[in-house]
Write a protein that binds this ligand. Structure first.
Ligand code: ADP
Ligand code: MG
Length: 337
């Protein structure tokens, strides 16, 4: 991969979010620019969880922030319920904000240390001005209970009095109390102890069911997105490599990069044979990306076509899309472990 194209978009459907040809450039010191996100398209259907994975530095958070318009992308469309957020004025955006919420990686630093928990959770409701003050306070208490915190005990405390997992519960309460349509979760469990990760993932699943949410779930680890996602998008250096259902992606990755990411997941059985080639080398700099396919410098299958031409994403099996000139074959054609 690392290619362009929109074959994976579900044109017939009416997605909550459709991102078209998203480009986000950052400035470097000397007045130069580089694209941290270089033409990405994706869509998320109502009630779906879309997993977005890739190594650290590949541009996942930049995609998340561009969806939130914080800041606005350099180019491309972010269609939320069919309306382009990227083309909206600041005041138009303000009225959309409530419907789009974000949960960040670092739970403690994403909460205002000076404010009490009940005020942190109430912030969005107060801004939206929904209901009376007493109704808002009751909604905050209810939401704290739903995320597993006792409002009587937790409500008057400040973030530093809580563990990372508890702070993430507070962040979830703050995001969901305003009844959003879409929640962008940017590595919500990456900073937590492994023992706490499952609790927070379960809480997010429960919240999704209970409130009918649509989620963009970002992680650098394919193992984390597997169980929560309906569809997974694999990113590499600012572009998309592969899009598929988690089952199809795990059973039969078609992109050599996805295969390498899967090979990096520890096997529960230490005697099991390795399933593929692990990833070698480091992510190239987005300031000077390889020509053609951006993954070619680390790809065991690359040849001259890969440096000459950027692959375009295409459907290689039903609902399974890959941007690669030489995708892996169906698993029954492959070497058996
Ligand atoms: P990820 O979330 O996948 O780890 P990011 O979106 O944070 O990746 O970063 C993508 C690339 O953009 C990285 O090379 C990172 O160093 C760079 N980057 C991120 N934020 C900024 C910024 N504000 N200014 C300049 N470069 C940035
Ligand atoms: Mg990130």
């Amino acid at each position: 991969m690392a290619g362009t194209g929109t074959a994976h978009l579900r044109e017939a459907e009416n997605p909550v979010l459709r991102v078209h040809n998203l480009v986000v450039e950052y400035s470097t010191g000397g007045g130069e620019k580089f694209a941290a996100v270089a033409d990405i398209s994706l869509d998320i259907l109502r009630g779906e969880t879309l997993g977005l994975v890739g190594e650290s530095g590949c541009g996942k958070s930049t995609v998340a922030k561009a969806i939130m318009q914080l800041p606005k992308p350099t180019s491309g469309e972010v269609l939320f319920d069919g309306r382009n957020l990227a083309a909206m004025s600041a005041s138009e955006l303000r009225s959309e904000r409530r419907k789009l919420q974000m949960i960040f990686q670092d739970p403690i630093s994403s909460l205002n240390p000076l404010r009490r928990v009940r005020h942190i959770v109430a912030e969005g409701l107060d801004v939206a001005g929904k209901g009376s003050r007493a109704e808002r306070a009751a909604a905050v208490d209810d939401m704290l209970s739903v995320v597993g915190l006792d409002p009587e005990v937790a409500g008057d405390r400040r973030p530093h009095e809580f563990s990372g997992g508890q702070c993430q519960r507070i962040s979830i309460a703050r995001a969901i109390v305003v009844e959003p349509d879409l929640v962008v979760c940017d590595e919500p469990v990456s900073a937590l102890d492994v023992s706490v990760q499952a609790q927070i993932l379960n809480l997010l699943e429960d919240m999704k069911e209970r409130y009918g949410l649509t989620l963009l779930f970002i992680a650098h680890d394919l193992a984390v997105v597997k169980n929560v996602s309906d569809r997974v998008v694999v990113m590499y250096l600012g572009k998309i490599c592969e899009v598929a259902s988690p089952d199809s992606l795990y059973a039969a990755p078609r992109h050599p990069y996805t295969e390498a990411l899967l090979a990096a997941i520890p096997e529960p059985d230490p005697m099991a044979a390795p399933t593929g080639d692990a990833l070698v080398g480091e992510l190239p700099s987005p300031h000077d990306p390889p020509s053609g396919c951006r993954f070619r410098t680390r790809c065991p299958r690359a040849d001259s076509l890969c440096s000459a031409e950027e692959p375009v994403i295409r459907e290689v099996a039903p609902n399974h899309f890959v941007a690669c000139h030489f995708p892996l074959s169906e698993p029954n054609d492959r070497k058996q472990p």
